[in-house]
Design a protein around this ligand. Structure first.
Ligand SMILES: Nc1ncnc2c1ncn2[C@@H]1O[C@H](COP(=O)(O)OP(=O)(O)OP(=O)(O)O)[C@@H](O)[C@H]1O
Length: 598
C-alpha cells in the first residue's frame, strides 16, 4: 500500500467517504506525475502495477482517455473557482480481466490539484441506470462507512459503560466531531454538537433550549413526515431518511439522517446528520455535464446547449434549431421534448426536404377522402398525430412556398384544416424546427417568408460543429464503441492513442454522424480489442493504407457522390451513411449536383 498517506483530521471522513465510493485520489505533482492520497483502491494497481512501488504515479498511454483528460484537468486546476472537470465514462480492460468502467474528475482543493478517479461498478453503457444505482450505492456504502461505525460503537460503549450525566454525553459527541442532535420524548433538542451547528448555520447549544427539532431542521413537508414516522419505528426497522435542507444562511444541503436510541433512555434519540451535499453536487455535475438525454459531450459548447434546452423546456414557444448536418439537431429536439411537460405526449418528426407541395401539405395537415387522386381515405396529418406533444419539422428551410403559408396559419390560429375540408380542427402542439440553411438569407432571397421566420424563431438553439468542440471526441468515441459492442457483439473497448490522435486531428465535415459511421466502419475491420489507426478510413490517416475499410475517395463532390452510390450499389441510404450525411441532405445534394435521386 502506498506509504505517503496524509490523513489530516478534518479531511479523514471525506477521504474515507471517497474511498468508499471506489475513488482513487491523486494529487498532481508535475507534468503527468501524481501522488496517491490515502489508501488507493486495489484496481488502481491493475491499471498501474508499478504504482505499488514506484511513486509518483505517472499517467501515460496505458489509460489514453485519462491521459487525454489531463489537458482539461489542467484548465480546471488553473481556475480559482469551484470548477470541476469531468472526463465522462471510459473503459479499461487489464490483461485477463473483465472490462472495468471509470470516470475521473479534476478539481482544486486549496493549493492541491486533485484528480479523483472512480471505478464505476455498473455498466457505463447504461449511464442512466448507473446514476440511479450509484445513488443507491452511495447509501449502501455510506451505511458501511467503517470510520463512522467505529465512532458510533465508541459512543455506544462509552454511554453504556459510563452511565454518566448528559453533560458527559455532550462532551463525547462533541469530541467525536459528528453532526449530532439529542432529542427528548417531546421532540425538544437537548443537545446540538458544534459540527451540527456549523452544518446548519445555527448557534451550538450544549443544553436544553426548548427548541423543537422540526424548528431547528427546516425540512420539506414530505421529509419531515418521513422522519417523524421513522422516530416511531423500533430501532431494528429504522432506515436513513434523505432530506433536503435550506439553512438559515440560505445554503442548500442534502442530508441523510440516521436515528439511534440513547442506550440509557430509549425515549431519547440521537440524530446523526450525514452531509451528502458534495456527493449530490458531483453526481449532478456528472449527470449534467457529460451527457444530456441522448446527447453526449462535455465541452463548453455542449453544456451551454444542455442549459438552453433546460430553460426552453420550461416554456412552450417554437424553437429553431440551427446547425450543420449531423450536429445532432434531431437529438436536441428529442431532448427538449423529453425535458418538457409534454414528455408524455407524442414526438413526431417530419422531414420537409424533397417533398412536393401537395404531399407535404397532406402529410402535415391531413386530407379528406377524394381530396386528390390517391386520397382513398380520410387521413389525419402529423399536426393532429402530435396532439398534446411535439412536432419536429426538420429541414424547414426546404418547404415549398404554399406550405409555408398554411404552416404560418396553423401556428397563428392553432388549428389545422385537412386538405379538401373547410372545418378547422383545434391542435395543441409545440412546433420545433431545424435547418442547416441561413434562413435570414433565404428571406432576403425571397425563398422563405419573413413572417414565418419570426414565428418559428421565437427561440433558437445554434449547435456548434464538431470541429469546434473536439474535446467531445473521446467521449463520443467511447459512447459509439459501447453502442457498437451492443449491436455488433464485438468486444472493442478503446481507440489506441494513434487512432485517437487521428480522430482528434480530422475536421469532420459530416460532424457527429460522420464520426459515428467512422467508428462503426472501423469496428467492422478491427481485429483486436483496440481500434488502431489502420482501422480508420484513409482520409483520417497519414500515409497510404491497405485497409479494406469501405470508404469514399477524395475528389470533387460529384465524384464522391458517384463513388458512394457505386460502393453502395445504388442504395441511397447506405451511400448517405458512407458520406456521413442524413438521407435528406444526401437527396438535396443529389438534386443540386444534378444526379438522379431515384
Ligand atoms: N451530441 C451527440 N451525442 C451523441 N450522438 C450524436 C450527437 N450529435 C449527433 N449524434 C448522432 O449523430 C447522428 C446525427 O444526428 P441528428 O440526426 O440529430 O443530426 P442532425 O443535425 O439532425 O442532422 P441533419 O441535419 O443531417 O438531419 C445520429 O446518429 C445521432 O445519434
Amino acid at each position: 500500500m502506498a506509504s505517503n498517506t496524509r490523513p489530516s483530521a478534518p479531511d479523514l471522513l471525506c477521504t474515507d467517504l471517497l474511498q468508499r465510493f471506489q475513488f482513487a485520489i491523486l494529487e498532481h505533482v508535475t507534468g503527468a506525475d501524481f501522488r496517491i492520497i490515502g489508501h488507493p483502491p486495489a484496481w488502481l494497481f491493475t491499471l498501474y502495477p508499478d504504482a505499488r512501488n514506484n511513486l509518483p504515479l505517472s499517467i501515460d498511454a496505458r489509460t489514453p482517455v485519462l491521459q487525454n483528460f489531463l489537458a482539461d484537468a489542467a484548465d480546471a486546476w488553473q481556475t480559482d473557482g469551484d470548477d470541476i472537470a469531468h472526463s465522462g465514462f471510459w473503459s479499461e480492460q487489464p490483461e485477463a480481466e473483465e472490462p472495468r468502467h471509470f470516470h475521473a474528475m479534476a478539481l482544486r482543493h486549496g493549493p492541491s490539484r486533485l484528480l479523483l478517479i472512480q471505478h464505476s461498478t455498473a455498466a457505463y453503457d447504461q449511464q442512466a441506470t448507473l446514476l440511479q444505482r450509484a445513488r443507491d450505492q452511495v447509501l449502501r456504502q455510506h451505511e458501511h462507512n467503517r470510520g463512522h461505525q467505529r465512532a458510533q460503537h465508541e459512543l455506544t460503549t462509552k454511554l453504556v459503560d459510563m452511565e454518566r450525566s448528559r453533560d458527559d454525553v455532550a462532551v463525547i459527541l462533541q469530541q467525536l466531531g459528528l453532526a449530532t442532535l439529542l432529542i427528548d420524548q417531546e421532540g425538544q433538542v437537548r443537545f446540538l454538537s458544534a459540527s451540527a451547528a456549523r452544518l446548519l448555520d445555527t448557534p451550538a447549544t450544549g443544553g436544553p433550549n426548548g427548541l423543537l427539532w422540526e424548528t431547528l431542521l427546516p425540512l420539506t413537508k414530505p421529509d419531515r413526515l418521513a422522519l417523524q414516522s421513522m422516530l416511531q419505528q423500533p430501532a431494528s426497522r429504522r432506515e436513513r431518511v434523505q432530506c433536503h435542507v435550506e439553512t438559515q444562511a440560505g445554503r442548500h444541503l442534502w442530508l441523510e439522517i440516521e436515528l439511534q436510541d440513547d442506550p440509557r433512555d430509549t425515549g431519547t434519540k440521537i440524530m446523526f446528520l450525514h452531509d451528502m451535499t458534495d456527493v449530490h453536487h458531483l453526481r449532478r455535475l456528472l449527470e449534467l455535464k457529460a451527457h444530456y438525454h441522448d446527447l453526449v459531450g462535455k465541452s463548453r459548447g455542449m453544456t451551454q446547449i444542455y442549459e438552453q434546452i433546460q430553460d426552453l423546456a420550461r416554456v412552450d414557444s417554437t424553437v429553431l434549431i440551427e446547425g450543420e448536418t449531423g450536429t445532432g439537431k434531431e437529438l436536441v429536439a428529442r431532448a427538449l421534448h423529453q425535458a418538457s411537460a409534454r414528455h408524455k405526449g407524442p414526438f413526431i418528426a417530419a422531414n420537409c426536404a424533397g417533398l412536393t407541395d401537395s404531399l407535404l401539405g397532406s402529410q402535415l395537415f391531413g386530407h379528406k377522402k377524394g381530396a386528390f387522386t390517391g386520397a382513398i381515405d380520410d387521413q389525419q396529418g402529423l399536426f393532429e398525430a402530435a396532439q398534446g406533444g411535439v412536432l419536429f419539422l426538420d429541414e424547414i428551410g426546404d418547404i415549398p412556398h404554399n406550405v409555408q403559408t398554411n404552416l404560418l396559419r396553423v401556428l397563428q390560429e392553432k388549428e389545422v384544416t385537412r386538405l379538401g375540408e373547410t372545418r378547422p380542427r383545434k391542435v395543441n402542439v409545440r412546433v420545433l424546427t431545424a435547418t442547416h440553411h441561413n434562413l435570414s438569407q433565404d428571406v432576403a432571397k425571397g425563398t422563405f417568408r419573413a413572417d414565418l421566420l419570426y414565428r418559428i424563431r421565437v427561440s433558437r438553439i445554434q449547435l456548434p460543429p464538431l470541429r469546434d468542440r473536439k474535446e467531445d471526441i473521446p467521449l463520443l468515441v467511447a459512447s459509439f464503441l459501447t453502442e457498437g459492442r451492443a449491436s455488433m457483439g464485438k468486444i472493442i473497448h478503446r481507440a489506441s492513442p494513434a487512432a485517437m490522435a487521428a480522430l482528434m486531428e480530422y475536421h469532420w465535415p459530416g460532424n457527429v454522424r460522420e464520426l459515428k459511421s467512422t467508428i462503426e466502419c472501423a469496428m467492422i475491420h478491427c481485429k483486436g480489442d483496440t481500434l488502431e489507426a489502420t482501422d480508420l478510413p484513409p482520409e483520417l490517416r497519414q500515409g497510404p493504407t491497405d485497409s479494406p475499410c469501405e470508404v469514399v475517395p477524395h475528389g470533387d463532390e460529384r465524384s464522391r457522390f458517384v463513388a458512394a452510390l457505386g460502393q453502395a450499389r445504388g442504395n441511397r441510404t447506405k451511400a448517405a451513411r458512407l458520406l456521413g450525411m442524413s438521407r435528406a441532405t444526401f437527396y438535396r445534394r443529389l438534386s443540386e449536383l444534378d444526379l438522379p435521386t431515384r
